[in-house]
Design a protein. Structure first.
Length: 381
């Protein structure tokens, strides 16, 4: 979102209101700095977790900022901020209210009854929203046809854009050259999974697949990297121990460790360049940025068929799409990539071409400008 704002600031005056990160998340402080055309304001009471007192306080603060700024457009992202932000914009009679679904919680998060209420509520919220943005065609189909959140004419599809230059720069951090840092043998295959360690990411499947790969006796040296953090970290570590898989963190690394927990990394591109394969095991997804960024780095991907995942790569060309809960197929396809260097390289080349053509930053910027201008023209936010 911040990188998009950088490209829009010459056409719009932008104020970014952002909330407090959860304890297991990392705030991108290096990106949060006022400059010409962009100002930032933190709303500390705006959090993912539900708290009536904090949510009311966040709503009031959002409403005040929107009113004081005299906004022509309010564009919200995320579930909680999308709810409170749109309500505050509606109260203050903002002429154009836009909301982007980066994912949804219509299944696999809550009970069927709770999910039903969430769907009903989002349909009501769509009624006060000028335009709803899906970040992939699969997601747009879900919003319009499967869950019927809004009619097709109220939806727009704008694919995520990735700055190609961030993968071309020689960015270093504390994980620069993991192979040199830990003195891996030259033939070590590094497999990574990137994201929050929460239930929806299905690390049970990850552990089962990793166990089968590590005990397959293929003759290949394989190391798995978990890049991220989350509430289920200890649960995952316990599960690995039950499977007799040796794990460590980057601070207490030892050569026999088969799975390495890195926590959050300042520059994900630095470790993506070091990985051979990137995997994802989620039950539900929006449009996973980790798979897109991996392909920009020329890496093949393998992922479960969840939400908008199928929009992010070409099955059997730049990666493998696995049906939900099909452990054997996941292991089979990951084994193919682990054991065949030429396949990894060929898929990686196709992945880079595909990602650069479909997820260009310039297309995202132009489509967003057009969206704003179509809502109400002319606009100066």
């Amino acid at each position: 979102m911040i990188s998009l704002a950088q490209y829009l600031k010459s056409d719009f005056d932008i104020k970014i209101l952002y909330g407090e990160k959860e304890p297991d998340e990392k705030e991108a402080r290096h990106l949060i700095k006022d400059e010409e055309g962009i100002t930032f304001k933190k709303v500390p009471s705006l959090k993912k977790s539900i708290s009536l007192f904090a949510d009311i306080k966040a709503y009031r603060m959002l409403s005040k900022h929107i009113k004081d700024s005299g906004c022509d457009i309010v564009h919200t992202h995320g579930s909680k901020s999308g709810f409170l932000g749109r309500l505050a914009a509606y109260k203050n009679k903002v002429p154009c209210i836009v909301h982007t679904f980066h994912g949804h919680v219509f299944h696999s998060y809550y009970s069927s009854v709770t999910s039903w209420f969430i769907i009903k509520f989002e349909r009501w919220m769509a009624g006060i929203t000028t335009k709803i943005v899906a970040i992939g065609s699969e997601q747009q189909n879900e919003l319009a046809n499967i869950y019927k959140i809004a009619p097709p004419e109220k939806l727009a599809t704008i694919y995520l854009g990735v700055d190609k230059c961030q993968f071309e720069n020689n960015i270093t951090d504390d994980l620069y050259s993991i192979r040199q840092r830990y003195n891996f043998p030259a033939n070590t295959i590094a497999v990574g999974i990137i994201g929050r360690m929460v239930a929806i990411k299905n690390f049970d499947l990850f552990a089962e697949v990793a166990h089968k790969i590590l005990t397959s006796h293929s003759g290949k040296m394989v190391k798995f990297f978990i890049v991220g953090d989350g509430e289920q970290k200890e649960k995952v570590q316990y599960q690995l121990e039950k499977l007799n898989i040796q794990w460590c963190t980057t601070k207490d690394y030892f050569p026999e460790a088969q799975i390495i927990f890195t926590s959050w990394i300042y520059s994900v591109s630095s470790i993506l360049k070091e990985l051979d394969i990137v995997m994802l095991t989620s039950r539900n997804e929006g449009t996973p940025l980790s798979l897109i960024e991996a392909q920009f780095c020329g890496k093949p991907v393998i992922a479960t068929d969840a939400g908008g995942v199928r929009d992010t790569f070409i099955d059997n060309q730049s990666g493998f799409l696995i049906p939900q809960n099909d452990v054997e197929m996941f292991v089979e396809k990951l084994s193919l990539l682990v054991n065949d260097r030429s396949l990894r390289e060929e898929m990686g080349k196709r992945a880079a071409v595909f990602a650069q053509s479909k997820f260009s930053k310039s297309a995202e910027v132009e489509n967003t400008k057009q969206l704003y201008n179509d809502c109400k023209n002319p606009f100066h936010t």
